[in-house]
Design a binder for this molecule. Structure first.
Ligand code: NAG
Ligand code: NAG
Ligand code: NAG
Ligand code: NAG
Ligand code: NAG
Ligand code: NAG
Ligand code: NAG
Ligand code: NAG
Ligand code: NAG
Length: 682
């Protein structure tokens, strides 16, 4: 178009000047040169310049560079493919400190870039910057974490929290290894950057090939109850605080109260509530409370002369200090040593089967997957070895289980002489809020640590042997969906379906410090009724009163052949009465029976004989009673806080929310189905 216009313009100009041109004379109307190339144009040629079979290749000299261009430069047959002579220079290699400075600068630029309108995109882009720094100059990683913390006000003490002595080195390892531009980064930004990225849905789960065999159909016949009842203690979240300071501020504004280093901002330097020696609502368990509980347990459960058949401990021994105050693995080793020794000596005979809680590592909640490879994969081995060593020392586990515990992040399987298999899980590998940073590497995988592979293989062995199993771990898989990660619990739900109820008789969790329960159903919980209910997970209350709770523990009555639970008894001590116990030594705290589960919820469940178990079906029927009678949810809520005076009532939307949590065994189900926001009474 454009050239056509130019042509027309030239033509018009020619016509306009036609009159003036009349005065000059032109040459002939046409002309043809000879077919011989005018070889005199150049003084020399690389070829014979006839131009008949090839174009002439004159020899050209550069008058400025004083050089003759080689024939190869214009060789029509051999065209070069690459500039091998004068490529452009690269920028200088940056020093580590320069890399650091630019990483900070670039992250701030991203944050300030008004064309990048998504905070999630900014966050993931910033992580990419961090990833390359972590890989190129790992020793600058913690400093970057500190700088970013300062820039975005993530913490009041960034230097301590994110420095190389804090979590900074762990964060550097994780960012260096994670897919920060993808799912990993989205979850990191969801969980650690004020939720700037939405929580991604669970990844598609390809279950093909996961199980060695299909679920037996029909299921093997249920075991016949023996009628003999075992007494099994369930203790959780003791959280002993060996640094508890009698009389210190028990109503502190921030931090773990009843410590000499905390204050109430409104009353400081006065103490608003002096720490009672048996503990308080915002404090972990002082030695006095731990011993009071352990002394009461045999008396109240009637096991003074017999001991328990066994005890399950669903984790968390250590107090709620921030990492920098825990300050070393030695504090963890101290606590593990003290509490297991006390359980051994105070609870009488019967082994204690313990699982690791998120507070029982250092740094807390951190556990590294084997896939990270040595030496990073080995950085928590000291803990697994110490725990396994103590369990062996207390003679609670056989050699085979000790070996498993050392090899599987402290998780193990023990087959009891009575045929019950206990399989423990290190739930740090699927915890969300109590963050194991290492879980943020390869998160699209449902089992990056191999923990669920281990559980599945053990369940298959149990099925092959015709044994029943109790599974126990610390962080609960379901309930309100707030505590565990979507992908691992989605897989765990399918594993539970595959092996229930014929293999898995019960599941036990702790962690929330609250008394709760969630039920697993067939077919990923798509239909929830008495026929689809499979098994229930018992979430057992803590001994520590933290936060705003009473202190408690539980005992199950268990059939010695089916390992079904016939009843659960929960005891508690009213923490509001503890201040009055100071200043005298006649009485310590009173623990009393809070409730029997069968009695509290079973009254209107018809067709359930006294020897029928409190299994998944029964618990589903309890939730149906709750649908009809909200006062039962009120009862449940009272027990959730161990009848603490500080527990708020559950009304309105809280009622359907709680029933829904009880029917949600995985994070995905809870987030998909339930009204959020009513999970905790603290
Ligand atoms: C150009 O050089 C690069 C190495 O710098 C090489 O990888 C590439 O294959 C070369 N390209 C061709 C077409 O030869
Ligand atoms: C952010 O951008 C504004 C203008 O767009 C500029 O004035 C300011 O200095 C920038 N801040 C940073 C930290 O770069
Ligand atoms: C699912 O996994 C199986 C076994 O690993 C594989 O053969 C199949 O291709 C996978 N299917 C999809 C949709 O990825
Ligand atoms: C704890 O302190 C807060 C103010 O920081 C106050 O409102 C509250 O009543 C105190 N509670 C107790 C039990 O002293
Ligand atoms: C601390 O107690 C003293 C003596 O009772 C009182 O005079 C003072 O006002 C209190 N300080 C605060 C900050 O409450
Ligand atoms: C993450 O996934 C990559 C690619 O599949 C794999 O090479 C690496 O070992 C995995 N790392 C971890 C820690 O899972
Ligand atoms: C629960 O126990 C009842 C009564 O023994 C039994 O009929 C039912 O099948 C059991 N449910 C499950 C899921 O095992
Ligand atoms: C049983 O039903 C009665 C009458 O509806 C009701 O008052 C009571 O709370 C129910 N108890 C339980 C444990 O479901
Ligand atoms: C189970 O259900 C949840 C909630 O609907 C869903 O997100 C998840 O993908 C399902 N899992 C499987 C394996 O179907």
């Amino acid at each position: 178009m454009r050239s056509l216009a130019l042509l027309l313009l030239a033509l018009a100009a020619r016509m306009a000047s036609g009159a003036a041109a009349a005065g000059v004379s032109l040459g002939p109307s046409s002309f043809a040169v000879t077919g011989v190339f005018p070889s005199s144009v150049y003084s020399s040629y690389y070829n014979n310049p006839t131009a008949t079979s090839a174009q002439p290749q004159p020899v050209i000299t550069d008058p400025v560079l004083h050089k003759i261009f080689p024939e190869s430069l214009t060789d029509p047959v051999h065209i070069p493919q690459n500039d091998t002579k004068d490529p452009h220079p690269l920028p200088n290699k940056a020093s580590d400190s320069l890399l650091f400075a630019h990483a900070v600068e670039q992250i701030l630029s991203l944050a300030n870039n008004s064309f990048l309108t998504s905070a999630c995109a900014k966050c993931q882009a910033a992580l990419e910057v961090g990833k390359f720094l972590a890989m190129a100059a790992p020793e600058q990683g913690p400093a970057l974490a500190v700088a970013i913390c300062h820039a975005f006000n993530f913490n009041s003490d960034c230097d301590t929290m994110f420095g190389v002595l804090g979590i900074g080195a762990v964060v550097t390892q994780v960012v260096a290894n994670a897919d920060v531009g993808g799912f990993d980064g989205q979850m990191l930004c969801h969980n650690f950057a004020n939720g700037v990225c939405p929580i991604p849905p669970v990844s598609p789960l390809n279950i093909t090939g996961w199980f060695a065999k299909p679920k037996p159909s029909p299921l093997p016949p249920p075991k016949t109850p023996s009628g003999k009842r075992l007494k099994v203690l369930h203790l959780s979240d003791v959280h002993i605080d060996p640094r508890f300071d009698n009389g210190a501020e028990a109503n502190c504004t921030t931090g773990l109260c009843c410590r000499s280093n905390v204050k109430n901002d409104a009353t400081f330097p006065n103490i608003s509530l002096p720490a009672p020696r048996y503990g308080s609502f915002l404090c972990d368990s002082p030695f006095s409370l731990v011993l009071a509980g352990l002394q009461s347990i045999p008396v109240l459960t009637g096991t003074e002369h017999t001991g328990f058949d066994f005890t399950v401990y669903t984790g968390d021994l250590v107090s709620h200090d921030p990492d920098h105050q825990l300050s070393s693995r030695e504090y963890i080793e101290y606590t593990e040593t003290v509490l297991y020794d006390l359980y051994k000596r105070q609870l009488g005979s019967g082994p204690v089967y313990a699982s690791l809680g998120n507070h029982d590592t250092y740094n807390q909640a951190q556990d590294a997957p084997h896939a990270l490879g040595p030496p990073l994969a080995d950085q928590f081995q000291w803990d697994y070895d110490h725990l396994a060593g103590l369990w062996q020392h207390e003679q609670w586990l056989p050699e085979s289980a000790i070996t498993l515990a050392r090899a599987h992040y402290s998780a193990y399987m023990v087959r009891r002489a009575d045929g019950l298999r206990i399989i423990t899980i290190n739930t740090d590998m699927c915890a969300r809020r109590s963050a194991n940073w290492f879980n943020y590497i390869n998160m699209t995988s449902h089992d990056p640590s191999g923990m669920l592979r281990f559980v599945t293989d053990e369940l298959q062995d149990a099925e092959d042997a015709g044994d029943r199993v109790w599974i126990m771990g610390h962080v609960l898989a379901g309930w309100d969906g707030g505590n565990a990660l979507g992908n691992p619990t989605d897989l765990f739900y399918q594993i539970v379906d595959r092996f229930s109820p014929h293999v898995i008789a019960n599941i036990f969790w702790g962690h929330t410090h609250e008394d709760a329960l969630s039920i697993f159903y067939t077919n990923n919980g798509t239909v929830q009724n008495r026929d689809t209910a499979l098994v229930s997970s018992w979430i057992t209350p803590s001994l520590t009163p933290l936060t705003n709770l009473n202190s408690g523990f539980r005992m199950y009555e268990v059939d010695s052949s089916t390992f079904d639970i016939l009843d659960a008894y929960t005891w508690m001590a009213d923490v509001a009465t503890f201040p009055a116990l100071d200043g005298q030594t006649q009485f310590g705290p009173t623990f009393e029976l809070e409730y029997s589960t069968r009695e509290a919820y079973g009254a209107n469940i018809t067709g359930w004989g006294p020897n029928d178990p409190l299994n998944g079906t029964w618990w589903h029927l309890v939730t149906e009673q709750m649908d009809k009678d909200p006062s039962l949810v009120e009862t449940f809520t009272t027990f959730q806080g161990k009848t603490s005076v500080l527990t708020q009532p559950c009304t309105g939307q809280c009622v359907p929310a709680k029933i829904c949590y009880m029917r949600s065994g995985s994070t995905a189900l809870a987030l998909q189905n339930c009204i959020p926001g009513f999970g905790s009474v603290q």
